[in-house]
Design a protein around this ligand. Structure first.
Ligand code: GLY
Length: 254
C-alpha cells in the first residue's frame, strides 16, 4: 500500500532533456497535459499527492523518481549519474525530509545512483548497475538499507537506461519484464509476464494500490495485465518517451 506520491510539474526546458530516443523533441504543452492526466490517474488511487513546482534549470527534473529512494523505514537521497541532473537532489531534499524527519540517508561520491535503477519487491531491493548507477553507489544503497533491516542485491543490465525501463513489479508476485530481463535468474522465482520487443516501452508501468497505470498504445501488454485481474488506467506518455522517460520516473511512491 502506498500512502504518498511526490511529482514535479515538467519545466519548459524539458524539451532539452537527455535523450537517446531519436524520436523528436517533446511538445511542452502536450507534455503538460499528459502530466496532468498522470496526476488525475494517481488521484484515483487513494494516495496523498505532493506536486512540486517546475525547475527550469533542470530539464529532466520531472523525473523525480531518480532523486530519492523512499522505503518504509528510511529515505535515501541519491547522487544522480548524469552531471546535468546531479543538483536536482537539492530541490527534493526538503520535501522528503517532511516525510522522513529522522531517517534520511545520502549517497556520497564516488557513488552514483539513479533510483530508477532500484526496484522494490517486498522488503528486497534490486539495484541495476547502469550508465547512471555504479558499483560504489549500489554498495552504499545495500549498506544503508541493511541498517534498516532491508535487503538488496545487484543486477547487471546492458541495453536499457534504467533497471525499471524494462521491469515493473506489480505486487502479488507478478513481474512485467522485457528484453534482457525476461530470463534473468534473479527473477525466476517471480511470475514473469513477458513483454514483447514491439511493446517493450510498456514494461515500465506502476502499481499503485491495486491499480496499474500503464502507457497508452500497448494492447498486448494491456491484455496480459488485465488477465491478472488489475484495474488498469492508461496514460499517454509520448512526450516523455522522447526524452527516455516512462511512467515510473515521474513519481516517488511510498
Ligand atoms: N531523460 C531522462 C534521463 O536521462 O534521466
Amino acid at each position: 500500500m502506498f500512502n504518498h506520491i511526490i511529482c514535479r510539474t515538467p519545466c519548459k526546458a524539458l524539451v532539452n532533456g537527455i535523450t537517446s530516443a531519436n524520436i523528436g523533441k517533446p511538445d511542452y504543452q502536450k507534455a503538460l497535459e499528459q502530466h496532468n492526466a498522470y496526476i488525475r490517474a494517481l488521484q484515483t488511487c487513494n494516495v496523498d499527492i505532493t506536486i512540486l513546482p517546475p525547475k527550469e534549470d533542470f530539464p529532466d527534473s520531472v523525473f523525480v523518481e531518480d532523486t530519492a529512494l523512499c522505503t518504509q523505514f528510511c529515505a535515501i537521497i541519491t547522487r544522480p549519474g548524469a552531471e546535468s541532473r546531479r543538483q536536482e537532489i537539492q530541490y527534493i531534499e526538503k520535501t522528503i525530509q517532511r516525510f522522513y524527519p529522522d531517517n534520511m540517508e545520502y549517497i556520497s561520491a564516488p557513488g552514483t545512483v539513479d533510483a530508477g535503477d532500484i526496484m522494490m519487491v517486498g522488503s528486497h531491493y534490486y539495484i541495476g548497475l547502469s550508465a547512471r548507477t555504479n558499483q560504489y553507489g549500489a554498495e552504499q544503497v545495500i549498506a544503508l538499507l541493511k541498517k534498516y533491516g532491508l535487503t538488496a542485491s545487484i543486477v547487471s543490465l546492458e541495453k536499457v537506461l534504467h533497471l525499471k525501463t524494462g521491469l515493473s513489479y506489480l505486487e502479488n508476485n507478478n513481474l512485467l519484464a522485457a528484453g534482457e530481463f525476461i530470463h534473468k535468474p534473479e527473477f525466476s522465482h517471480l511470475n514473469i509476464i513477458e513483454i514483447a520487443d514491439n511493446e517493450a516501452y510498456a514494461a515500465n508501468c506502476i502499481w499503485v494500490n491495486d491499480r496499474v497505470i500503464m502507457p497508452t498504445g500497448y494492447p498486448n501488454t494491456k491484455e496480459k495485465i488485465a488477465t491478472l485481474g488489475y484495474e488498469i488506467i492508461e496514460v499517454d506518455t509520448s512526450e516523455f518517451r522522447k526524452i527516455d522517460g516512462g511512467l515510473s520516473c515521474m513519481s516517488l511512491r511510498f
